[in-house]
Structures are given as C-alpha cells and as structure tokens.
Design a protein around this ligand. Structure first.
Ligand code: ZN
Length: 390
C-alpha cells in the first residue's frame, strides 16, 4: 500500500526543495517516488496534506548515550577540565539506573526525529539497547591513555570492548588530544584498518590549545587531580590539532568533534594536509560547558563538511538535532536552513557510511520521514516542532 504525503515544502537535501511537493512511501517507510506538485504521476492519487516542511530523519553524529543518567547533575559554565573531573567523579552509577536512563534517551531521540547516532562508549552497557533500538547506532569505542608504557594494553582493551558491538557499525577511536599520548596515537594508526571511522574530540576548550602551545592552563590541574604524570608532555608552540593530526591515518574517515577553539590558521593547516574532515558541532553542549560557540562561519566560508551532534545529557538538557539547529540559527542568522539541513542529515549519513539508507529523501531509501511544523517558509523559529510521519 503506497501512501502519498505532501507539505508546504519537501526538502530532499540531495536536491532542491519542492514547494507543495509530494512524497510516496510504502508501508515500511521506503520511498517510492518524489514528485513536483504539477506532476502527472500523482493525478487522481489520494494525498495526505500536512502543514510544514518534510525532511529526512536526523543524524546525531555525536553522543555518549551511556552518560544519560547524568542529566542536570553537572554545573554549567565551568570550562572543560573541571567538567571532565566532575564526569569522572560522578559517572559511576548502578547498572539498572544507567540502563533505565539510556533507554529513555533512546526513546527521546526517536521521538525527536533522530534515525541514526554516532555514539562514544567506554563500557559495553549500551550494547543491548543498540541491538534492539529502532535507531541505527555506530559505536565509537574510545581509547584513552597518557602513559606510554600502557599503549599496547589500551588498544587491545578497546578491540575487546568493540566485540560487544556490531562489527560493521563500530570502530575504535582516540578520545581526545589531551587524553592520549603520542605513542598511543602511533600505535592506534598501526592497529586500525582503513575502514575504521575516527571520531575525536577536538579543541573543545581553549585550555586544550594552551596545553599544547605552552604546557600551561587548567588541564595541568586536571591531570594532577586524576594523578597523571605529565613530565613527558612538551610545549609544541602550536595548537593541538596541528600537533596530533599528522599521527592519524590519512585515508580513514575522520570526524573532529566540537572545534570550538579551532582557528583560521588551523583550517589552513588542515587544507595544506589535503585531508577531508567532517567537523561536528555540538552547540548546546559548548554553551553548557564553555559558554562559547565555534566560529561557524569560518568553516562555512571555507566550504568544509559539517555535521551536528547533541553530545551527552551530562552537558545538554535535550537530545534533539532540531534544538542544535535552532541554537546555531539564533547565533548565526546568516545561515540558511537549506544548507544547515544537510549538516543535520546527509553529511552525517555519509560519515557513518549509511547514506544508502539514511540522510536524504531519495527513491529506495528508508531515511525516516520528519515533519517540521510551524516553520515560516524555510526558516527555523522558536515554535518549530518535530513530528514523525514514518
Ligand atoms: Zn563527546
């Protein structure tokens, strides 16, 4: 049974928006056709009309679902090093409680129109949820380690943890430049195959740049608190990204997450390396932890690939890509929705290698069909809400 749906606009993402367009889906939500309002193919068809804009399901490129029980627990505006200390001292909780909050987070994301998630883990706690969820997950198993002598064990442990998750839709990844030694980066590079997608936290805090440039700042206090020896760290006289990027394997798909303090010089450096990067913005998390946002227009003007993430409920009060879009459009009114919608959908699907199914409204795909209500033409306002149509 084919259903025909129409709205004020259909935004396929992979092609131009269709005013009063029509989309046909079968009973499984697989797209059977997309039509202009004047198409002869839809004459005589029974068409369900909606007020709003139809878009494909959202891709949340960055989350830590296993931290969902920490919603509302951590103070805002502390800066990253203090935030990390708080996460480490309060993340432990009874398994049943963690599972309960993870399940609720999964349902919240589904209701908010999210169809796929790039999810970081340090434990296997989310494995059962991911097997059963209506959402597609790609799991990034984090490697963390500043002690050069423990490098081999760290990589082996990550590989073992990964066995709990779908092999095709998981990979191992360094957690962040400040939490991995140079030796660990090198070992990682030797240990992964070319199809291992990398997702690393990058320049979330100016303190990270200070640590790499001058070996100063709040990260040194953080390391002292967690008992890490930083004698081997040397000031590099350049930002973190310029120090560690050369250690990452060149051909692997690479997402850098946050980029709140990535400079124009850093972008030039990346371009000179000839490296394609997916830049993931998590604006609400940045506002929560650092009360700062990335210089988004630098990336736009440089034609960089951008994706969006919610980060975890430890640093966000919602898991909603629409909310992330809204935060960006409020701060950067010059952004156009027809551009940012690809950040929220197709770019993330390409990164996670699931664009055969997700990310755009195209024949044969099953991307989730989302109605954005209360849009004014193609603008996100305070009143826009999400309804799932399929
Ligand atoms: Zn994160």
């Amino acid at each position: 049974m084919i259903k025909y749906l129409s709205a004020n606009y259909i935004v396929p993402v992979s092609s131009a928006p269709l005013k009063n367009g029509v989309i046909a889906i079968d009973e499984n939500g697989v797209i059977q056709g997309i039509y202009e309002s004047t198409s002869s193919d839809i004459i005589g068809k029974k068409i369900e009309k909606y007020a709003g804009v139809i878009v494909p399901g959202f891709v949340n490129a960055h989350c830590h679902v296993e931290l969902s029980h920490m919603r509302g627990q951590l103070a805002k505006g502390t800066g990253l090093p203090k935030f990390l200390s708080s996460v480490m001292s309060s993340r432990d909780a009874k398994k049943a409680l963690v599972v309960k909050h993870m399940n609720a987070a999964d349902e919240e994301m589904y209701a908010n129109g999210i169809v796929a998630v790039g999810d970081h883990v340090n434990t296997s706690l989310s494995a059962d949820l991911k097997n059963e969820s209506k959402i597609h997950y790609h799991t990034f198993v984090e490697i963390i380690g500043l002690e050069p002598e423990l490098v081999d064990g760290k990589v082996d442990a990550a590989k073992n943890l990964r066995l709990n998750f779908d092999e095709k839709f998981s990979s191992i990844t360094p957690h962040a430049p400040y939490s991995c030694s140079k030796q660990l980066f090198k070992k990682f590079k030797k240990s992964v195959s070319e199809d291992n997608i990398i997702s690393i936290h990058n320049q979330e805090s100016e303190e990270e740049n200070k640590l790499f440039r001058y070996k100063t700042g709040d990260f040194l206090d953080f390391f002292e608190v967690i008992g890490k020896d930083v004698d081997l760290l040397k000031a590099q006289a350049r930002n973190s990204i310029q120090s560690y990027l050369p250690y990452l394997p060149q051909v692997n798909k690479l997402m850098l997450v946050h980029n709140t303090f990535t400079s124009l010089k850093d972008l030039d450096f990346v371009e000179r390396m000839g490296r394609e990067i997916y830049w993931c913005f998590c604006p609400k998390s940045n506002l929560y932890i650092e009360n700062a946002l990335p210089k988004v227009m630098n990336f736009v003007n440089d034609n960089q690939k951008i994706v969006l993430g919610t980060d975890s409920l430890a640093s966000n009060d919602t898991l909603s890509i629409l909310e992330e879009l809204r935060a960006l459009h409020v701060e950067f009114p010059e952004l156009d929705f027809t551009q940012t919608i690809s950040w929220a959908t197709l770019n993330g699907a390409e990164l996670l290698r699931i664009s055969d199914r997700f990310g755009s409204l195209e024949f044969g795909k099953k991307p989730g069909i989302i109605l954005l209500k209360n849009m004014i033409h193609l603008k996100i306002t305070d009143d826009v809400t999400v309804e799932r149509l399929a």
